[in-house]
Design a protein around this ligand. Structure first.
Ligand SMILES: *[C@@H]1O[C@H](CO)[C@@H](O)[C@H](O)[C@H]1NC(C)=O
Ligand SMILES: *[C@@H]1O[C@H](CO)[C@@H](O)[C@H](O)[C@H]1NC(C)=O
Ligand SMILES: *[C@@H]1O[C@H](CO)[C@@H](O)[C@H](O)[C@H]1NC(C)=O
Ligand SMILES: *[C@@H]1O[C@H](CO)[C@@H](O)[C@H](O)[C@H]1NC(C)=O
Ligand SMILES: *[C@@H]1O[C@H](CO)[C@@H](O)[C@H](O)[C@H]1NC(C)=O
Ligand SMILES: *[C@@H]1O[C@H](CO)[C@@H](O)[C@H](O)[C@H]1NC(C)=O
Length: 277
């Protein structure tokens, strides 16, 4: 073997070694990503659960209303913002995360093609313009569900976990969960209305001025985390504690978003094994 051949061989070996090193590192990062999400979210839910307990102890809640919702009542009403033309997507949603369940009701809110930019919701104090509009909009339409969820059709919702949490952990009243954004100029914190918003029904109905706005943090997966989930790079997708993915629109996926929703749903309810490709 000449000197040049040895050199080439050496280069090849170096490249192979560093590539496998990178691959191992990448896999480890993904493991940590998943663990991090689950740890952060269980801490967050723990805090919110303590809030519910505190509220129940400090206020004499009407027992009858508690009884009613716990036996067969509707827990969650979903308003899903959808573009008129997206028939297939609505069908996929009906068959997956908005699937008929006695604890869920859903309604599609259809929008034309010229969408207005999403409104930011100011949540500094009791009088929020956005909440007023939301109350005006949904007062008549909502059922006696405990919570209202407003969500865009391109997001995937982990309905089983969300329902369990509404049932057992979230305060029964006076609660908003959203993704806050800070207005750079006024420093006011606002709910990002482009992201899913979860509101307890008493707030929707304007029955209370006292409520807590909670930052959903990692219950809302970010773009990168959603991508890892969608590409089956998580170790155990079914065990990931999240409420909402980021919009599924923004991935250069070979398969349509409807199929993505079906795959995510099947992996969630546990009889789906990802196909290698
Ligand atoms: C609520 O349920 C508890 C236990 O099932 C019962 O003892 C109580 O009387 C009920 N309250 C009302 C107002 O129905
Ligand atoms: C509880 O449910 C019963 C029957 O469904 C209904 O008549 C009653 O008004 C409910 N009470 C409350 C406080 O929602
Ligand atoms: C849903 O979100 C996507 C991506 O952010 C956006 O393009 C679309 O306009 C939204 N649709 C509705 C009906 O709000
Ligand atoms: C918000 O409410 C708190 C107490 O209720 C009050 O001290 C504060 O000034 C209010 N902030 C604004 C911007 O209205
Ligand atoms: C910040 O608040 C100002 C005043 O209300 C508003 O005009 C502006 O659009 C807000 N900026 C953002 C990024 O929300
Ligand atoms: C932002 O907060 C200030 C006081 O902190 C308040 O006067 C103002 O109305 C708020 N702006 C918006 C758009 O809610």
């Amino acid at each position: 073997m000449g000197l040049f051949d040895k050199f080439t061989l050496c280069c090849v070996v170096i490249v192979i070694v560093s590539l496998s090193g990178m691959l191992i590192g990448y896999v480890q990062i993904l493991h940590r990503l998943e663990d991090g999400i689950n740890r952060d979210n269980s801490e967050l839910l723990h805090k919110i659960g303590a809030l519910r307990l505190g509220l129940e102890l400090s206020s004499l809640q009407s027992e009858s209303s508690l009884n009613n919702t716990s036996n067969g009542g509707v827990l969650l009403a979903m308003v899903i913002k959808s573009a008129k033309k997206n028939y297939a997507l609505r069908r996929a949603i009906r068959h997956t995360w908005a699937q008929t369940d006695h604890r869920v009701v859903h309604r599609f809110e259809l929008h034309g093609s010229n969408m207005h930019p999403p409104l930011l919701a100011t949540v500094t104090n009791g009088t929020m313009d956005w909440l007023k509009r939301l109350q005006h909009h949904h007062r008549a339409t909502t059922t006696n569900a405990r919570y209202l969820l407003i969500v865009n059709e391109t997001v995937f919702v982990n309905t089983p976990l969300l329902l369990e949490t509404v049932e057992r952990i979230l305060p029964r009243q006076g609660f908003i969960l959203c993704k806050p954004v800070k207005n750079a100029s006024t420093q006011n914190v606002t709910c990002d209305a482009a992201q899913p918003i979860l509101v307890s029904m008493d707030v929707v109905h304007g029955l209370t001025e006292q409520y807590v706005v909670h930052d959903g943090r990692r219950l809302y997966l970010n773009h990168r985390e959603t991508e890892a989930l969608v590409r089956h790079q998580m170790d155990d997708e079914g065990q990931l504690t999240y409420f909402f993915t980021a919009s599924l629109l923004h991935f250069s996926l070979k398969i349509p978003i409807t199929q993505k929703m079906e795959q995510l749903w099947l992996s969630l309810i546990g009889n789906y094994t990802p196909v290698e490709y």
